[in-house]
Ligand binder design. Structure first.
Ligand code: NDP
Length: 605
């Protein structure tokens, strides 16, 4: 039930299928994921922290703690809060950034917001009595919430900021992890949790000539307000005399473009794949309504949202937005088919809804964009979930401005960067400023993102463990790596469109197990090799072939390994295929019933 009123277009499914295939083939590239570069070495400047004004000076720390938490974004914060609640007071949080926040620390580009409703996204709102301003929170409010959590739960004293973990090694004799950092710290911890989020490792396109450009350039996650002026709300007054180019039309770019369009003398949007943008319908949160919410509302709302997006029947839709709309439509059609006695493949039902939804989004572009040629170029031709669905009430509108130019590259992308600007469609566009809204290495394993070595029992490096075969228990624990927990583990683990929910589930798992060890004098707990084999088998039994097939047909992107699903499963294909709610049930049950059999434990003397 969409809030946006457009006439439902009729469509020819076969024609759409062919069109999607044709558009996909334009975007396929031989170099696949190899087309991107890491922002390292000579490109290190792209990830320099622009927010640390005076670098921190401090002596190295040498200490013993119960738990070391690597990463102080939401994953680390939730873990720390749960540890406190479990009565564990001795823990250390380590993060390269200058404050709590992770993704929300680095990403401060103009227009930044979260596309998941604030009431289900922002943790501990109910508990600490905070009412977000709007249903879809501004980035600055989310970042401030991280600091509020830090203060409220007294976490600042545990944090070592501007500190990069460089090496995590298990010391068998001590039964401790030895953590070394960029500042010479040596932290001996009984347990380690790692939470490097999927949006931490900046991705740059390997476009020839990138180093030649003489103008200003930066990645969206390190916005240079010194150059543009303004802040996350706008006010980019210095761009009034500038020709600005932006590469990318993904979730980030869609938020930046409307604001940049308000200030730049000229804004050139270099588009490789058009994006599907639904209405946002953001609005303030009514204080009276908020006050009237029943006790326990936040967990109920989170559960309800997760259940609906996991194809689970619900009596009510508490969030009631464009996310739930899509899944509810599938549920309704599936019910109708069942009642009519049809046993149609669930994927075919989903496809029917998908065509319908995408037709509506394409019709919306015709409604909003004045110039028919520009409108045509902005139309996405792929299934709804092939890219993260986007929502905006001012993105498409920006293309009606006389200073905004869409440079559609028909799947080819920008082909060269020169001293003066960029080359697309064989033409050079001269620019003063070039913004890379080219995303992150989303599918990298958590420890890879952190850039540190993890060495387990008997000197086993995690890279060697996983060199031929990814093996874990629940995507969070590894044989050979005692007392080691991944929070935010989606490889063989789980994820959710509301990523906060997945973090919460895995943080609870890690903290329950750590608390068990502390309370029961267990020095080390390590999942067995047999337990890993069983989980791998359970992964296979629950493998969601439907999801895999869905992504195989998608336009290339990070969700389907740039169109190569043979050498690596799609992002969601590598997760536990039974869904996040089932995953939560399994790991809770495992803690109750299987932990003794599936782990090797040594007791404290
Ligand atoms: P994405 O990876 O989604 O987008 C990168 C963009 O850069 C794509 O449009 C891509 O084109 C384009 N691109 C890459 N190389 C080239 C090239 N050579 N020439 C032209 N274009 C190129 O990154 P984002 O930062 O936008 O988003 C990453 C993730 O961050 C999202 O999926 C989402 O999970 C998260 N996010 C979440 C938000 C939220 O509200 N919760 C807000 C913002 C981000 P192509 O599509 O063809 O690959």
């Amino acid at each position: 039930m969409s809030d946006h009123q457009v006439t439902t277009p009729s469509f020819d499914a076969e024609e759409l299928r062919k069109k999607y295939e044709k558009e996909k083939s334009k975007r396929l590239r031989r170099d696949g994921e190899g087309q991107y570069m890491e922002a390292a070495g000579e490109f290190e400047d792209f990830v320099k922290d622009p927010y640390v004004k005076a670098p921190l000076e401090r002596d190295p720390v040498t200490e013993d703690v119960e738990v070391a938490i690597i990463g102080a974004g939401f994953g680390g914060l939730i873990t720390a809060i749960k540890l406190r609640k479990a009565g564990v007071k001795s823990f250390r949080m380590i993060d390269e950034a200058g404050d709590f926040g992770g993704t929300w620390y680095y990403n401060r580009y103009p227009g930044i917001r979260c596309d998941i409703e604030s009431l289900v996204y922002l943790p501990y709102l109910e508990e600490i009595g905070i009412r977000p301003k709007e249903h879809y929170a501004h980035g600055a409010e989310i970042y401030a919430h991280c600091q509020t959590l830090g203060r409220h739960f007294d976490l600042y004293k545990h944090a070592l900021f501007e500190t990069k973990a460089t090496n995590l090694a298990w010391d068998e004799e001590l039964s401790r992890w030895i953590i070394k950092t960029s500042r010479g710290d040596v932290i001996r911890a009984r347990f380690v949790t790692v939470s490097q989020g999927p949006l931490s490792k900046v991705k740059l396109p390997g476009i020839p000539g990138i180093k030649r450009f003489k103008g200003k350039m930066f990645h969206s996650s390190r916005w240079d307000y010194g150059y543009t002026g303004g802040d996350t709300n706008g006010g980019l007054v210095n761009l009034a005399t500038k020709k600005v180019g932006i590469i990318g039309t993904g979730a980030t770019a869609v938020q930046i473009i409307p604001i940049a369009a308000d200030y730049a003398k000229e804004l050139y949007v270099f588009q490789r794949t058009p994006t599907a943008v639904d209405v946002r319908n953001n609005r303030p949160i009514d204080p009276d309504w908020y006050e009237s919410l029943p006790k326990g509302w936040q967990q109920d709302r989170m559960n309800n949202f997760l259940a609906l997006l996991s194809h689970k029947q619900q009596d009510t839709d508490l969030v009631h937005d464009q996310w739930t709309d899509y899944w509810k439509r599938i549920a309704v059609l599936a019910k109708e088919k069942k009642q009519a006695g049809s046993d149609e493949d669930p994927l075919a039902i989903m496809q029917q809804v998908d065509y319908q939804k995408m037709e509506e989004l394409r019709a919306r572009i015709d409604d909003v964009v004045d110039d028919p040629e520009t409108a045509e170029k902005l139309k996405p031709w792929y299934n709804y979930l092939c890219k993260r669905p986007l929502f905006s009430d001012n993105y498409l509108e920006a293309f009606n401005k006389p200073n905004v130019f869409l440079v559609d590259t028909d799947g080819a992308g920008v082909t060269e960067i020169t001293e003066k600007g960029v080359v697309a469609n064989g033409r050079e566009y001269e620019l003063d400023c070039l913004i890379f809204a080219t995303g992150f290495d989303v599918a990298a394993a958590a420890y890879k993102v952190g850039g540190y070595d993890v060495v387990g029992r008997e000197g086993l490096h995690i890279d060697d463990k996983w060199s031929n075969n990814l093996k874990t228990v629940h995507g969070t624990q590894l044989h050979g790596f005692p007392n080691f927990h991944i929070v935010g583990g989606f490889l063989q683990g789980t994820t959710a469109f509301n990523f906060m929910h997945a973090l919460d589930i895995q943080a609870e798992h890690a903290v329950d197990l750590i608390a068990k060890c502390i309370n029961e004098n267990i020095a080390s707990m390590e999942v067995t090799s047999d337990a890993e084999d069983r989980w791998v088998q359970q992964m296979e039994e629950n493998h969601n072939m439907g999801i895999q097939r869905y992504f195989e047909e998608c336009t290339p992107g990070f969700l389907n390994n740039e169109g190569d699903t043979e050498s690596k499963p799609s992002f969601l294909g590598g997760n536990f295929g039974g869904g996040t709610t089932e995953y939560e049930r399994i790991i809770r049950n495992w803690r109750k019933e299987c932990v003794e059999d599936d782990t090797a434990m040594t007791r404290l003397e």
